[in-house]
Write a protein that binds this ligand. Structure first.
Ligand code: ATP
Length: 445
């Protein structure tokens, strides 16, 4: 059985994100913009680590997947062929009573307005297209329209031929991309869970049509395991297959990796069998052939595509929620009880790996502290903090999820050793400066 979500967790994490510099509401000094967020000094590190881990597992550690970075602005022809202009819509209803707007398929009760609680007050649903349109060049109007991509996937489909011809890959092979996508969501909310500007991590895996089922299963399992390997407890994750009516216009089968958020199970990532839909559509619309000739088999076919599509920003939020913990501990150095908040991130996800903390701001401690920092920085993202009592600095690093603190004290001047404090156990080891890299290496590899 999965643990019941903590109803207070959401507010605790959102407050911590603001307080410690993970995430700020966009344009806050102007009252906030509501549908977007900015990632602060620690949040940007977290987000980069999420993307880096995805890239490492998808591209660096494999020989069958290559990367791509395609443009965000794109001509209508792409979205006409992909079906997005026609189908990328959500059902929009207005409440006649309070005039709020909602996405019908996300309402708990489709007959009751969650804002004013009026019953039967909704208009008929209309299809609201989620794509952001703008104009390229100095003249606004017909012929100058372009779209901000609502998914990164089409960049991979329209470059299929380019990649095939230049990378020497053949099916089964994949193209991976990380980047911003934009959707004019009817309602945003739940912090960075649903925003109008967000980052995706998508991979299109091109396979012989008769192998699509096998690869769909393979990627479902691989992708679930990725979250587990990076420290999200198994009982906070599940795979959920879509019903027939839930499937997107291009999909033959889809499963979501879901995370148990404070409001219940919700999507982190979709793994879809997109069939040969996209390549066929683009081949037909562009006149370019997007099939593949398998020389060994003497066969020509349009590959099927298995797509794991994850959200980087949404996933960063799940890592935050899963890592958040509170506990009663003895006050370090003083034997008194106190509460501490700690983000128990996997070290690969943690924004800072090591914090270097000279016990005081005395100049004689700054020299060895700078030496230690300079030794660690080429290997690890480090924080450096020399103000406040050491206990408070440890608490701050706990709230940032920093796995190790290295303290330089007055004994360091005699023994050239430092104290290494472990975030989770709070255990402290005395380690010679010259052995520090060897000490941390296996723990942070
Ligand atoms: P939903 O049903 O929640 O609107 P979706 O099924 O349309 O999402 P996909 O098109 O499968 O989402 O997008 C792949 C991933 O991109 C999602 O699993 C999610 O992690 C991320 N994503 C999609 N829309 C948003 C958004 N508005 N804000 C943040 N992340 C998003």
């Amino acid at each position: 059985m999965s643990p019941a979500p903590d109803p207070l967790l959401f507010d605790k994490v959102v407050n911590l994100c603001k307080r410690r510099g993970f995430v700020f509401p966009s344009a806050e000094i102007y009252g906030g913009f509501r549908s977007t967020y900015d990632y602060g000094p620690v949040g940007v590190l977290l987000l980069r680590n999420v993307k880096e881990e995805w890239w490492r597992s998808m591209v660096q550690l494999r020989h069958d997947i290559v990367g791509l970075d395609a443009a965000i602005l794109s001509p209508p022809s792409i979205w006409e062929a992909s079906g997005h202009l026609q189908n990328f819509t959500d059902p929009l209803v207005d409440c006649r009573s309070c005039r709020e707007r909602f996405r019908l398929d996300k309402l708990d009760d489709p007959n009751e307005c969650p804002n004013c609680h009026a019953k039967g007050s909704f208009t008929d649903a209309r299809h609201f297209n989620l794509m952001f349109k703008t104009y390229a060049g100095p003249v606004e109007g017909k012929g100058a329209e372009v779209y901000l991509r609502p998914e990164t996937a089409q960049g991979m489909f329209v470059n299929f031929k380019n990649v095939l011809e230049t990378s020497r890959k053949r099916p089964p092979f994949g193209i991976a991309q990380i980047g911003k996508s934009f959707r004019n969501e009817i309602t945003t909310g739940n912090f960075v869970f649903r925003t109008r500007e967000f980052e995706q991590m998508e991979m299109e895996y091109f396979v012989p049509p008769d192998e699509a089922g096998k690869w769909y299963e393979y990627w479902r399992n691989e992708r679930l395991q990725w979250y587990v390997d990076l420290g999200i407890p198994k009982d906070l994750l599940r795979l959920r297959a879509h019903d027939e009516e839930e499937l997107s216009h291009y999909s033959a089968a889809t499963s979501d990796v879901e995370f148990l958020f404070p409001w219940g199970w919700d999507e982190l990532e979709g793994i879809a069998n997109r069939t040969d839909y996209d390549l066929r559509q683009h081949a037909e619309a562009s006149g370019e052939s997007l099939d593949y000739f398998d020389q060994a088999l003497g066969e020509r076919y349009v590959p099927y595509v298995i797509e794991p599509a994850a959200g980087a920003t949404r996933t960063a939020m799940a890592f935050l929620m899963a890592a958040y913990d509170e506990e009663e501990v003895a006050r370090e150095g003083q034997g008194q009880g106190e509460g501490r908040t700690v983000l128990r991130f996997h070290h690969r996800i943690a924004p800072y790996k090591v914090a270097v903390l000279p016990l005081s701001r005395k100049p004689e401690l700054q020299e060895p502290a700078n030496e230690v920092l300079g030794m660690l920085q080429p290997h690890y993202m480090c924080d450096y903090d020399e103000t406040q009592a050491i206990g408070r600095r440890y608490r701050r690093q706990d709230e940032l999820g920093t796995p190790y603190c290295v303290t330089i004290d007055f004994d360091t001047l005699d023994d050239r050793a430092v104290t290494v404090r472990d975030r989770d156990s709070m255990a402290q080891d005395r380690v010679p400066i010259d052995a520090l890299l060897d000490h941390l290496g296996p723990k942070l590899s």
